[in-house]
Design a protein around this ligand. Structure first.
Ligand code: CAA
Length: 261
């Protein structure tokens, strides 16, 4: 993406989300970081969650505070239900409510299926899918009580079309789509929308680990002929989180350069 275009996205500010409290999981880096920055830039109070990257999370929280948002850092391993619930409770206590929950945290443990260990399967499913159970259970009741909420789950194009070496990741990311649609039906009449964003291949540390030969082949298959920027995923989340997106629920927004149509 041309540098000037990207700068324009990052620097655009508004009070669109003023007064709303957001928790973005896995926001010390990558796509989550871009989402947290974007929500903060549009007036939301933001809880930056990390598992290990406390320094990065704190630097982002400082940046958001300097720009006028209320920001906090919360740490915990979301694969562990007790920690996931504590993360939610810390934010609920500090912000007295969560209006926007972005379930973004995710990991890969790529291996062709016959070589995949039970641990590689389990780690990915616990972190990428089961954490949605724990966090959403903790956050949803106060949203339905207030009659307003936005839950945005970060799936992946891999959950829609599969990928070599990613049976664990594809299963979890496809599971997120089913979860999103089912929960959307349960909460639509109570003012809470539930949507998924399915990024394609985005320039992050996760995709930087793809072997170069595999990466070159993937780029060839993308109609846009490039990987996406995290900020391009954040734009979709910003819209779904807004008051204006009230009538959109159960949707899956693809941000993938056309790799899956
Ligand atoms: N397509 C077809 N064949 C492939 C292949 C591919 N992408 N990758 C490996 N193979 C073949 C190998 O050439 C090998 O064939 P031979 O036995 O004939 O030599 C066979 O499969 C087994 O290869 P390995 O022993 O290397 O397999 P492995 O179990 O160690 O797994 C891998 C290799 C980890 C899958 C590696 O290929 C890899 O890292 N691939 C990239 C996976 C990927 O795309 N990850 C995306 C991360 S980004 C992300 O997930 C974000 C998102 O949401 C999009």
């Amino acid at each position: 993406m041309p540098e000037t275009q990207l700068t324009a996205i990052v620097e655009r500010r508004s009070n669109k989300l003023f007064g709303l409290n957001a928790l973005v999981t896995g926001s010390s880096r990558g796509i989550g970081r871009a989402i947290a920055r974007s929500l903060g830039a549009h007036g939301a109070n933001v809880a930056v969650h990390c598992r290990q990257g406390v320094d990065e999370a704190q630097s982002l929280a400082l940046e958001l505070s300097a720009a006028g948002s209320r920001a906090m850092v919360v740490c915990g391993d979301l694969a562990k239900e007790i920690q996931a619930r504590r993360v939610a409770e810390e934010v609920l206590g500090a912000f007295s409510g969560i209006d926007i929950l972005i379930n973004n945290a995710g990991i890969t443990r790529d291996k062709s299926f016959l070589k995949m260990t039970r641990d590689q399967w389990q780690d990915v499913v616990e972190t990428n899918l089961n954490s949605l159970y724990s966090l959403t259970q903790a956050v949803l009741p106060q949203m339905t009580q207030r009659g307003w909420g936005r839950i945005i789950n970060i799936s992946s194009v891999v959950g829609q079309m599969g990928a070599f070496g990613q049976t664990n990741y594809a299963a979890a990311k496809a599971g997120i789509i089913g979860f999103t649609k089912a929960l959307a039906r349960e909460t639509a009449a109570r003012g809470v929308t539930v949507n998924a964003v399915a990024p394609g291949y985005i320039e992050t540390a996760m995709t930087a680990a793809i072997p170069p030969d595999v990466k070159a082949k993937i780029v060839e298959t993308i109609p846009a002929k490039r990987f996406g920027a995290p900020e391009e995923v954040a734009e979709a989340c910003l819209f779904l989180a807004s008051r204006e997106a009230a009538y959109i629920t159960g949707a899956v927004i693809n941000v993938n350069g056309g790799v899956y149509l």
